[in-house]
Design a protein around this ligand. Structure first.
Ligand code: BMA
Length: 319
């Protein structure tokens, strides 16, 4: 087999769908919900904590916590919505969507970056929490239209860094911005662009939170291809320099997860895998990737950390 086909075979086998997928559905929700999808994910004490986007029967979303000891089964779902739109806020009138989460070592808090939606368009907002019971809102970060954002867990040369996806002249590429205080953002640079004619030719956006490795930051992202039957959402991966994350070192040519299973192919939006959360346990070589399937349910796919790094290092260098 050619190197190209060998790498595509590796890409295909990297993530394995959990046989109990989907792990969370509107059917097992404690209150009425149209869809439960696109969850942020972190580890806290002995639990995997998911902060899940729940779309209510008006079509507006809020966020609800579910906890599980093994990250696959026996989810303890908050009995009422956990984090809901503040109706007094200008940005949140139409709901909250697609959270990404990361542990900020300096603050000793989890940072939640989510999309606030209103007549002004989607913006990225920030909230912090220690325990997923009490939350402090730090407000909107950058002007609309912006989505798909996550902080890095630490500063670079004294500044925080935010990956996000503004829409500029109708184009959807991934950008990086910097801040001394998590409030004022600048020095915006374009990081990962949609690639004409590829599977990620139409738009790209950050998937889950960045994963730190010795080789650099692994950045998962979703890529969209427009077809005559609608958009297909798949996931690819890139590697950023560890100390200078504005330098893209590698990027997968091919996607590494795409809609295949029936629950990914058919739903409110057909043909969508939309990963938004990941947990990594390097000691056990275990990676759990949580994603929204067809904008309806939550699913999980697993990989071995060592194989993930190995695959990323086999991806083409970006010059
Ligand atoms: C994106 C976001 C996601 C959604 C995806 C697929 O633009 O709005 O919330 O899951 O489209 O419909």
């Amino acid at each position: 087999m050619s190197d190209l086909l060998l790498r595509q075979e590796k890409a295909n086998k990297l993530f394995k769908r959990y046989e109990g997928n989907p792990i969370l559905t509107p059917g097992n929700w404690p209150y009425p919900a149209n869809a439960v999808f696109n969850p942020g994910a972190v580890k806290l004490n002995n639990d995997t904590v998911l902060l899940i986007r729940v779309e209510d029967m008006r079509g507006f979303s809020h966020l609800t916590v579910a906890r599980s000891e093994d990250g696959f089964t026996n989810w303890r779902i908050d009995s009422t919505p956990t984090f809901v739109a503040d109706q007094n806020s200008r940005e949140e009138k139409w709901g909250l969507e697609d959270p990404r989460m990361i542990w900020l070592e300096e603050q000793k808090q989890f940072a939640i970056t989510y999309t606030s939606f209103s007549v002004g368009g989607p913006v990225v907002s920030l909230a912090i929490t220690k325990n997923f019971r009490n939350y402090a809102r730090l407000g909107a970060l950058l002007p609309p239209e912006d989505k798909d954002a996550c902080l890095f867990p630490r500063r670079f040369r004294g500044r925080f860094a935010l990956i996000h996806r503004p829409i500029v002249r109708g184009e959807a590429h991934i950008w990086l911005s910097f801040s001394p205080d998590l409030k004022h953002w600048g020095d915006h640079i374009s990081l990962i662009k949609a690639r004409t004619a590829y599977w990620d030719g139409q738009r790209v956006g950050l998937a889950c939170q960045p994963v730190e490795t010795e080789q650099g930051w692994i950045i998962f992202y979703h890529g969209v291809r427009s077809t005559s039957a609608g958009a297909i959402y798949r996931m690819g991966v890139a590697l950023l320099d560890l100390e200078e994350p504005w330098r893209v070192l590698r990027r997968s040519d091919e996607w590494i997860l795409g809609p295949q299973a029936p629950y990914e192919r058919v739903g409110d939006v057909n043909g969508v895998v939309f990963p938004t959360g990941i947990t990594v346990q390097k000691e056990t070589d275990q990676v759990n990737l949580y994603y929204g399937a067809a904008d309806c349910t939550v699913a999980v796919a697993t990989a071995k950390f060592s194989e993930l790094v190995d695959y990323v290092m086999s991806c083409p260098k970006v010059s």
